[in-house]
Ligand binder design. Structure first.
Ligand SMILES: Cc1ncc(COP(=O)(O)O)c(C=O)c1O
Length: 354
């Protein structure tokens, strides 16, 4: 009901900057769903849309890439990680990673992995940060490090360069570990870097990727993309066991094809990133407002003067990020308009003025 009222009632709290998941569905995705709707197609992925998605994914990520559509991003992470690991494995992640703090322990409970979180001030792991945890091999008292999982773009709105990903992959592979990437915002990272997605995934040594669609304009749907087939075992069974095998898979695949076959994914991400930069530029000079992180993707993080966040929340929904510092997070999406950004920036200015 909140969503319904916010689009029809001008006095309702605006949902536009709380999360890129508050966005709607891109019209081209909706058109693809409509086009896929009539008629019969084989279930569980044996349909022409899923076959087409396979070809699209191979075009983006190389001939060995395999796409396994799933319902959501948590599912993509859990299925990918579980297929990469043994029941006694550990995965190293950042302390701010979605898999660690925002997936209700699914990687631990469902995939059965122990997560080893590392504090990473800019949201990015490095070999130096990871190294102290890559230990205990052969010790039956110690969960065995198996996977390093990184998020691109990160939860802090920063972006790994291809060289940074390659350094992690080289480190991981040199110690018998695998590299997993949560690409819920992969499109935003590609738009930010101005390179093909392949440059910071397959070509950089990533083994398994969660490919995001939902935040990029899909209604729902992501895919596990296996870049190195040798990195996973039994992924078809794991996906079913983890409740992520869609019977009418054509409707997940059709959405991802609509985004990734042409350049819609990139146009949507470029727009979202541009809206975040516009917002950051508009509020940077507001007295008492401090932008706390580099704005490299579609998120803006800021600290506001005392009580300003409360005043702003009377009109706009957004998430606190760090309760200790009062830092907040504002997200832009493919459907954020320049007018919305300008109105929000004006509201930030007014809230900061008291
Ligand atoms: C970094 C990251 N990974 C994964 C997800 C996917 O989450 P969900 O399971 O809600 O689709 C999100 C969504 O907020 C995210 O921000």
């Amino acid at each position: 009901m909140i969503g319904l009222t916010s689009v029809t009632d001008p006095t309702a709290v605006h949902q536009g900057f709380a999360s890129d998941n508050h966005a709607g569905v891109h019209p081209d995705v909706l058109a693809a769903l409509t086009a896929a709707a009539p008629g019969r197609a084989a279930a569980y992925g044996a349909d022409p849309w899923t076959e087409r998605l396979g070809a699209v994914v191979r075009r983006h990520f190389g001939d060995t890439a395999r796409a396994y559509p799933v319902f959501n991003g948590t599912g993509a992470n859990v299925v990918g990680l579980q297929a990469m690991a043994d029941p006694w494995s550990a995965a190293i992640c950042t302390a701010t990673s979605h898999v660690h703090v925002d997936e209700c322990g699914a990687a631990e409970r469902v995939a059965g992995l122990k997560l080893l979180p590392v504090a990473a001030p800019d949201g990015k792991l490095t070999p130096e940060l990871v190294d102290p945890l890559v230990t205990g091999f052969g010790d039956p008292h110690h969960a065995q490090p198996r996977v390093i999982t990184i998020t691109q773009a990160t939860e802090l709105g920063t972006v790994y360069t291809p060289a940074e990903v390659a350094a992690l992959a080289e480190y991981a592979h040199g110690r018998g570990l695998l590299l997993h990437m949560d690409g819920a915002r992969l499109a935003n990272a590609a738009a930010s870097l101005g390179v093909p997605a392949r440059a910071f995934t397959a070509d950089a040594g990533v083994d398994v990727l969660s490919l995001g669609g939902t935040k990029n304009g899909a209604m729902l749907g992501e895919a596990v993309v296996v870049l190195d087939p040798g990195a996973v075992r039994g992924i078809e069974y794991v996906r079913k066991m983890d409740l992520q095998l869609a019977s009418k898979m054509r409707f997940v695949s059709a959405q991802l094809v609509a985004l990734f076959d042409g350049d819609l994914w990139l146009r949507n991400a470029r727009h979202a990133n541009a809206m975040a930069r516009r917002l950051a530029d508009a509020v940077r000079s507001v007295p008492g407002v401090r932008i706390t992180r580099p704005v490299q993707a579609n998120g803006v993080f800021a600290v506001l003067p005392p009580d300003a966040a409360r005043r702003l929340r009377e009109r706009y929904a957004f998430h606190p990020w760090d309760a200790a510092t009062g830092e907040v997070r504002w997200m832009c999406a493919f459907d954020t308009t320049p007018d919305e950004v300008d109105a929000f920036a004006a509201a930030v200015r007014a809230a900061a003025a008291g």
